[in-house]
Design a protein around this ligand. Sequence first.
Ligand code: GLU
Length: 474
Amino acid sequence: MSKSTVRTRIAPSPTGFLHLGTARTALYSWAYARHHGGQFVLRIEDTDVERSSEESVQQILDSMRWLGLDYDEGPHYQMQRLARYHEVAERMIAGGSAYRCWATPEELEAMREAQRARGEKTRYDGRWRPAPGKVLPPPPEGVQPVVRFATPQEGAVAWDDLVKGPIRIANEEIDDLIILRPPPAGAPPGTLGVPTYNFAVVVDDLDMGITHVFRGDEHINNTPWQINIFRALGAPLPQYGHCPIILGDDGLKLSKRRGAVSVTAYEEMGYLPEAMLNYLARLGWSHGDDELFTREQMVQWFDGSHLARSPAQWDPAKLAWVNAHYVRQADDARLAALVVQQLARRGIDAGPAGSLAAACALYKDRCSTVVELADWIGMMFVDVQPRAEDLAAHVGDAVRPALQDLRERFTTLDWDKAAIAAAMKEVLAAHKLKMPQLAPALRVLVCGRTQTPSIDAVLALFPRETVLHRLRAV
Ligand code: GLU
């Protein structure tokens, strides 16, 4: 791997679905690697054994695939790398940058209690930290030690964040963090303890040659520990870019209750991946005034600059607008296949997708999502129930004889748009009516709605039998 190769990663924890914030940093990491001709790595941070699940891993993989964020390496799983973390921890202990600590949870709680009582900030007091001339007590019997990182006691950690600019945190602000926990009590002999996030992430970023880290700004406070560990290991630092959180449309943090659904839920809601990518990209990054751009353009433009420092607000209306653009642009056959899936979810068997392409072409201009498109196309398969007020308003006695006449003509004509339009014209002339009387009546009876695209085009999409059936009662 050449020194100049850009390598980025996304490192989700499989403790729930891939949420929108992570999808966005995945996108930035991916685009940055692609922009530089580098590599993008997927790592699953599954050390929270209690909360991690296979299902969540699968959901993350599905989301990445749906968004088209292809990775060059991985997924790597942290739980498969335990021996490596132990090896590095041992090396650090031997070199003096880490040490074993036998303090029990009760002891640590008493320590914090005393600190609180003195009005001090609670922090580990370094009781097991070796120091010149310091005599440590013998390790207590029956206590399994943790390993702690010996944070430098002086100086500061400073980095030039790709998003936030220069950040500096004094080392005295941070204490000696636990990097490795013992195996759970009663675990079979040989079971390895699990590393904490800040340690595993450094060993991994180092081993995986990561050069640039984009992640949520909730990790800014972790970064000083990580940088100190990199330094203790004598390793070069990656560059960090901490992206602000995404706010809901109410200005509050996105949460499960407020709009933060999984990426794949957007697929179910009829959004297209290219729209999602475009929208997510703009939510925290800009390229001039461009609102709509392709994946290729993003890769061309995304050089790590112009990332927003302040939180962006999730805007469902704008997402719908972006999606509408991509629905209009999408190939009809592709939309048809998506509509078939949507209809299948509703228990409607729409038959082969190929037969729906023309319908997609006709309706897509009025749809923001594939779900809306499926609403239009679904009326071809499920009998409609015209609303009483629409029937009263549009299917009165004046138009009824014309509808009967038209139905009669429909039984024999060639079933295409031109022939349907011609028959409608003849009927209008014969009954001295105008199109605004006939068309709404047909829309209500055949489609169950008062607005549709040009009715001759709409009717031509239906099987003749369906139209005759829906006009039977006039
Ligand atoms: N597993 C961490 C998370 O999901 C990764 C943070 C990082 O990218 O370093 O928040």
